[in-house]
Structure formats: C-alpha cells, structure tokens
Design a protein around this ligand. Structure first.
Ligand code: GDP
Length: 424
C-alpha cells in the first residue's frame, strides 16, 4: 500500500516529523519532487536533524530510502547529508537513486543566484539552490538525467551544447564568467563516481515492492499553496507539491496511493514572497515565531525568519481538497498553549463581500481576513497521549478547524518527537 505525506499550506507543516513517525511501519520511503531548497526538521532518538534531500525515513534500519525521478538531485548535498547523519551515529541508510532523476548542476545554482540579484526587490525569495533553473532545463529538455552519466560519448557532446546556450545568458544577461565544457564534464564525472553504486530503475523496484505488499511512503516537500498549478503562482516552487504528482515523481500507479495524509499546522507560517491573508506582524508575530515549531520558526535550509499568521481555514480547506486528503495530521498544536484567545481566519473579505473559496493570486492579493476568536486553553499539552485528556478548549479548537476544513483530523501532534502524537 502507498501512503503519501504532503502539506496543505505553504510548507513547514511538520511533514518530516509525521513521515519519520509513519516510517516505523513502512518498508520504503520515497522523495518524489523538489530539491535541497526546503528542509525537514526531525527530532528522534539519534538527535535533531535538518534533512534537505534524504527522505525522512533514513533513521530506521529496516527501511529503504528512494530518491525518485521527480526530485531535483543535488549529488554533493545528498552525500554531505548522508555523511552528516552517519557521523551523528545513525546507521548507514539503504539508499536508491532513480536512473531517471535529473541532477542539479553548479550552473543552476549560479543562475539562480544571478537572477535573484538581477530581480533585486522583485525577487521570488528563492533559496538559491538552483531549483527554478533546474526544472526550467528539465522541461526545456536540456537537463542531465542520471542515466546519461553512463554514456560518455553523448555526455561529451551534450556539455558543449549546454555551454553554448548557457553562455549566451551568462555573457549578455548577467555579465558573468562563462562555462567551460571540460569543467562541466569533470563535474559530471565526479557525480558519476559518487552516485553509481546507488543508481537503479526505482520505478521497477517499487512495482515489485507493491506486488509483494510492501508499505511505501511518499514524502512531499512544501505544500499545496506552493504548487506551480494550484498554488499562489508565481510565488510557488518549480515542481508539483501534490500527492497526485507522487505517482509521476516516484513512477508508481496513481491508483496505488490509497492514503493521503495531509499535514496541517495549527497556525500559519510561510517563507518567501506572496500574498498571505492571515499574516500577522510586530510583537504578536515575533512571539508566535519565537515559540513556534521546535525552537522557533526559522527556515531549516536558510535560517530565515518565517512569516507568521493565524490559522487560515480558506487556504487550508483548499489545500486539503487539492491534495485529495484522506487524513489530516494536525501539528504543533502545543505551541498555541500560551494564548488567552486564538484568532482564526474563517473567510476572506473581497470588495465588501465574504468569500470562502481560495481564489487565484491576483484576487488573493486584494483579500482581507475575516477573523473569529476562539478561547485558548492556557496550559502545556505536551505529553498528553489521548484525545479525551486534552483540555476542553483545545478539543474545541481541533473540532472547529475540522468542521471548517471538512476533512477528518485523525492525528494531533503535540510536540516535535516521534511519540508526541494523539490518534483519534
Ligand atoms: P516540514 O518541512 O513540513 O517537515 O516542516 P519543518 O521541519 O520545516 O518544520 C516543522 C517544525 O516543527 C520542526 O522544527 C519540527 O521539529 C517541529 N514540529 C513538528 N511537529 C511539531 C509539534 O507537534 N509540536 C512542536 N512544538 N513542534 C513540532
């Protein structure tokens, strides 16, 4: 059976924690999209980790971790990450890399950095990990697939072609040093050496695993609102963040994805630019940011302070719907224990009228939040293991949100650790 773990919001919902937790019962964990531009923070018996490329199941020795074909594979980052977890005492994980995954090249990172500088104030808030140039090249059909590393003749020819094209942009748009085909080829040779032992046809591997009845997890990066089609375009990421894309990015039959666990955070946070209707500012935001997540809401990759806001029912209902949610995992609820009252965004005001459906970006930018205030529970709920033991106002908050979003909250996360979970 396949379960997808995906986000309903802008990312950072706690997918890593939920995947790490569900991975205990899984055989295989697959990353199917995105690259090293976002991170998952995981707290377990080995310590605290920020993963960018490795699936969040690498901490168990019974699991196999797969880098699917849909991922933007940064080979040096992957190997650095493997080394860093092994150095911290985690057993060497079993890793397979899709022969159809494409590689982030050093020039993708340069182009990303140059473009952000060129756009200056109008930038997309890129993490400069090369993700947008990488996916542009993939769809322009000038990307490098892992399988191509093993055909020296065509590789030699292709580096020349790619340099010609990139050098026009480097020279005339960015006024930067040009690429040299021999340097590019050397970079590819280095990647080949590193990745060769792990490469295989991962979709065939997964097909066989499905026939054998294995438990497979697909781990998404970011969330619905960062999807290039259904999110807040153009302030989105460059690969689909939806469970449906899991079928493509892992190479598995769509009908095998039986469960879609959508991770929803008890309040909002976002990184990068873009409309954020329930955003809060000043001391109110600083306090939530300071108390949020596990040690504050700062980017796992960049350390950037995240933008903060109250729970947004409109965005989350949409985010859950577009994922095809079967189960909601409601996370970081413990963080809200300090508040006397908890504001929730229950609708958007647009030209004096209330709307309940999440609109396209141009309209979204004109929306104002309609806030309803719920009573707080004013205590620490960490350590509680059954739903009934939660304070009444806390249960009321969960049930209010569940009704608003219209999807069942089957898990409530009340701390960053593996065991901080309440099943309903
Ligand atoms: P992801 O990208 O969706 O995996 O999210 P991140 O890892 O970027 O952000 C989630 C943060 O919240 C991490 O620091 C987690 O350790 C932390 N976290 C996850 N679940 C909970 C929870 O229920 N309570 C608290 N306090 N922190 C949590």
């Amino acid at each position: 059976m396949i379960t997808a773990v995906v986000g309903a919001n802008w990312g950072d919902e706690g997918k890593g924690k939920i995947t790490d937790m569900l991975a205990e019962q899984a055989d295989i964990i697959v990353r199917f999209q995105g690259g090293a531009n976002a991170g998952h923070t995981i707290v377990n018996n080995y310590g605290k980790f920020a993963l960018h490329t490795l699936p969040s199941g690498v901490f168990y020795d019974h699991t196999t971790s797969i880098i699917g074909n849909g991922v933007a594979l940064n080979i040096p980052v992957l190997f650095k990450e493997i080394k860093s977890i092994v150095d911290q005492g985690v057993p060497m994980p079993k890793i397979l890399v899709s022969d159809r995954a494409q590689m982030v090249m050093s020039y993708h990172i340069l182009l990303d950095t140059y473009e952000e500088a060129r756009l200056a104030g109008k930038s997309f808030g890129s993490t400069k990990s090369g993700i947008a140039p990488f996916y542009s090249d993939k769809y322009a059909k000038i990307g490098f697939q892992v399988s191509e590393l093993f055909d020296e003749e065509s590789l030699k020819e292709k580096v020349v072609r790619v340099c010609e094209q990139k050098n026009v942009i480097l020279e005339h748009l960015y006024h930067k040093p040009l690429l040299k085909p021999e340097e590019l080829l050397a970079e590819l040779h280095e990647y080949k050496e590193m990745v060769a032992p792990y490469v295989c046809d991962t979709s065939a591997y997964l097909w066989n695993a499905i026939q054998e009845g294995k438990n497979i997890l697909l781990e998404g990066q970011l969330g619905s609102l960062k999807d290039p089609d259904h999110g807040i375009y153009p302030m989105v990421t460059s690969s689909s963040t939806l469970a449906a894309y899991g079928a493509i990015g892992a190479g598995v039959p769509p009908y095998e994805i039986k469960k879609i666990v959508t991770v929803v955070k008890a309040y909002s946070s976002a990184v990068g630019a873009g409309a954020f209707v329930s955003e809060i500012f000043g001391e109110e935001a600083d306090e939530l940011r300071r108390r949020g997540g596990d040690g504050g809401e700062f980017g796992a990759t960049t350390g950037r302070p995240r933008r903060m806001g109250w729970f947004d029912c409109v965005a989350t209902r949409y985010g859950c719907r577009i994922q095809g949610t079967t189960d909601v995992a409601f996370t970081v609820l413990d963080v809200l224990g300090y508040l006397d009252e908890i504001p929730v965004c229950v609708g958007y005001e647009l030209d004096g009228k209330e709307i309940k459906d999440f609109p396209t970006t141009t309209v979204l930018e004109k929306c104002k939040p309609i806030i309803e205030v719920l009573p707080g529970w004013k205590c620490d709920i960490r350590g509680i293991r059954t739903y009934e033991e939660l304070p009444e106002n806390c249960r009321k908050y969960v049930e209010f949100i569940e009704k608003q979003i219209g999807f069942p909250i089957t898990m409530v996360s009340n701390g960053p650790g593996r065991n901080d979970i309440i099943y309903r």
